[in-house]
Design a protein around this ligand. Sequence first.
Ligand code: PLP
Length: 368
Amino acid sequence: MNNNEDITRQPLPSLTGGVGGGSLVRPCIRALTPYSCARDEFKGREAKAFLDANENPFGTLNRYPDPLQTEVKAVLSKVKQVPAENIVLGNGSDEVIDLVYRIFCEPRIDNVVAIEPTYGMYRVCADINDVEYRPVSLNERFQPDVDAMLAATDEHTKVIWLCSPNNPTGNLLERASIERLLTEFHGIVVVDEAYSDFADARPFRMDLARWPRMIVLNTFSKCWAAAAIRLGMAFASEEIVGLFNKVKYPYNVNQLTQQQALQILSERQRLDLWRATIIRERENMLPAFAELPTCKCVYPTDANFFLARMTDADKIYKYLIDRGIVVRNRSRVHLCNDCLRITIGTPQENNLLLAAMRQYRPTPYPLP
Ligand SMILES: *Cc1c(COP(=O)(O)O)cnc(C)c1O
């Protein structure tokens, strides 16, 4: 028997009443009778008269949207190569992140472990939900210390947060490290792949069947150029998808967003062209930026941004702001002293940044 088969047979019951009576799911969620909306009770799209939801019969956006976004998921399933039953859509990934806490973490009792530094919303949502957040430092190569992460877990650890390619460091996490955490930790492992379209690696969503306690996050906000419509995706086992559907607001993704998502998905060549341009610009920007006298080093990146260690990030940040160029000052983030996080823009925007940086002169010491 190979290792994969072994993992698939790991007791899924641990989600709802596992070993020692412990459950990964909060008791109140396990016991919850979800709200049943009009569109849950009658699922057909065609009828002579819809008189069930107290809507106004006039207008164009007068009807409640599909609570399970069936059409969007059908197309996404083909594009992402994940069965529609394994997809959850949210009001941005941020909604999904919050739902993970609300489903799995009992306030003041449970805790989560996360890599540090990483995307700030994992901690903010922990704080809002009154759940203890346990950051574990990445090593000097910005890779997870798996032993330290496992050591940080205890019987109340419900979730491990991973982000690959990671924000703000830009690099992919090593596959072997993620797989070890998926194997050795018996709670939920979230792999946030918001930037995986820019990376040259097999995305973890392709291996959903192998890891029943994994949740993979994707978003329309980055490579798919639609941050404004607020649409995030989670890929997970049908059992976990069922929990999300039970807890989320019934109509969490509005009709305009669903329509626009279908539109975007029908114009995928445009996205492919944009992605190719961004990756080409990234390959040009990195060496050009690294040559600046004010740049100590540029870290390797698998995303549409890069982290650069500067001689004086605060001063350079202000200098750029004065010239109308906004980058992200990450110099107060763990392991990121004097670092700026720079998004790859259009060729014109990137040239503007390089030109401004080449003109930068550190303030001279005052003459005696
Ligand atoms: C930008 C980003 C997201 C996207 O969040 P949305 O709510 O979908 O816009 C998710 N995760 C990471 C790590 C990000 O950097």
